[in-house]
Design a protein around this ligand. Structure first.
Ligand code: ZN
Length: 360
């Protein structure tokens, strides 16, 4: 089978899936609603149980020639399950770290302390099991009642971002900043204010020039409004340490980033959000003609939507050098996440890839 690049890494993957069915159907019955309603899914997601969905993931990786995935936890998913999977398949998976215990405690008790969340992150990173922090910086869960009627001011939130960046700096690990909205489950301003204000990251990038920052989704997590994409591109252009995960970019969005000064293929990292249950919409005649989005009237999808296949097709339409594609699909990630590679000088401008002790 022909692969799309020399080494293909999907840097945004959820190998765990929420078992929403039972809880959602019970609640729906009580409220006389459809089982597939997105209503208050977000507030429930932190407490939903998750299960190992790696059988489907391994199938897709094999199907599309994806060599490796970077596993991330979203709401309710556990670091432990991801690390277990990495240990079972050490050449296929790496993991990002997220504060889970302190978030669970917040859901249970209503008490939130970002310093505790960062202490948990610090402990996790000290194990050496993690290649980055994410998905997103530490953040209060939406369901914490005390925060339901409180909006952060920028200083409060920036201090939480700085505390997360301090952990990244200590362990020399990239930190992800989430950007975008899927349309179905809502991402509130309180949970991740910087999600809706990528320009805030200017300050963080300036204060931590030694810590790589990755915009998860690069501003496009769903729909086809590109205002957040534009902002992420501008920040990546202004700072050498800021990277764009290409998320649900369609082909023209890759071109938009690639042609902007100071961005280029060295700044783009392929990542699909595989497992996030964001279905691809097809609207004949629309521009873009296909895009990811959770649509309320369709409800929550049951099947494993094929985001790897869709996303690779968007990349393959790019009329750029294969060397550039090799960077976007794997080389930049090998470099950023310090992943071993057996051969030297295979990636343009990334001479440390494949070198023994290159990252020490
Ligand atoms: Zn995600």
């Amino acid at each position: 089978m022909k692969k799309s690049a020399r080494f293909v890494i999907d840097t945004h993957v959820h190998s765990q899936r929420h078992a929403a069915g039972e809880k959602a159907s019970g609640r729906a019955r009580e409220q006389g609603k459809k089982i597939t309603d997105y209503t208050d899914l977000e507030s429930q997601m932190g407490s939903l149980s998750t299960y190992d969905n790696s059988e489907r993931l391994l199938y897709d990786m094999d199907c599309y020639g994806v060599d490796m995935c970077i596993l991330q936890c979203a709401f309710g998913m556990t670091n432990e399950l991801n690390v277990e999977l990495m240990q079972k398949y050490p050449d296929k998976f790496r993991c990002m770290a997220i504060s889970k215990k302190v978030v669970d405690r917040a859901i249970e008790t209503g008490e939130w302390d970002y310093k505790d969340a960062c202490a948990e992150l610090d402990e996790l990173c000290a194990t050496g099991n993690f290649c980055a922090i994410g998905e997103g910086p530490v953040s209060v869960p939406d369901s914490v009642a005390a925060f339901k009627h409180k909006t952060y001011n920028p200083s409060e939130r920036m201090d939480e971002l700085r505390a997360t960046m301090d952990v990244g700096r200590k362990y020399k690990l990239p930190v992800t900043i989430h950007t975008g909205g899927p349309g179905g489950y809502p991402i509130t301003h309180t949970r991740w204010p910087e999600n809706w204000h990528p320009y805030w990251v200017h300050d963080i990038a300036a204060e931590y020039p030694d810590v790589p920052i990755i915009f998860s989704h690069g501003g496009m997590q769903g729909g086809y409004m590109t205002d957040l994409v534009d902002q992420c591109i501008v920040v990546a252009s202004n700072f050498n340490n800021v990277y764009l995960e290409t998320g649900l970019y369609w082909t023209e969005l890759y071109y938009k980033a690639l042609k902007y000064p100071n961005v280029g293929p060295e700044k783009l990292i392929w990542g699909t959000d595989w497992g996030a249950s964001i279905p691809t919409q097809t609207k004949i005649g629309n521009n873009p003609q296909s895009f990811g989005m959770q649509v309320h009237t369709d409800g929550i999808i049951r099947h494993q939507c094929d985001v790897m296949g869709w996303s690779l097709r968007q990349v393959e339409r790019l009329d750029i050098s294969q060397d550039d594609i090799n960077l976007i699909l794997g080389g930049n990630a090998l470099n950023l996440f310090k992943i071993e590679f057996p051969v030297t000088r295979m990636f343009k401008g990334r001479d440390n890839i494949g070198r023994e002790n290159a990252y020490k």
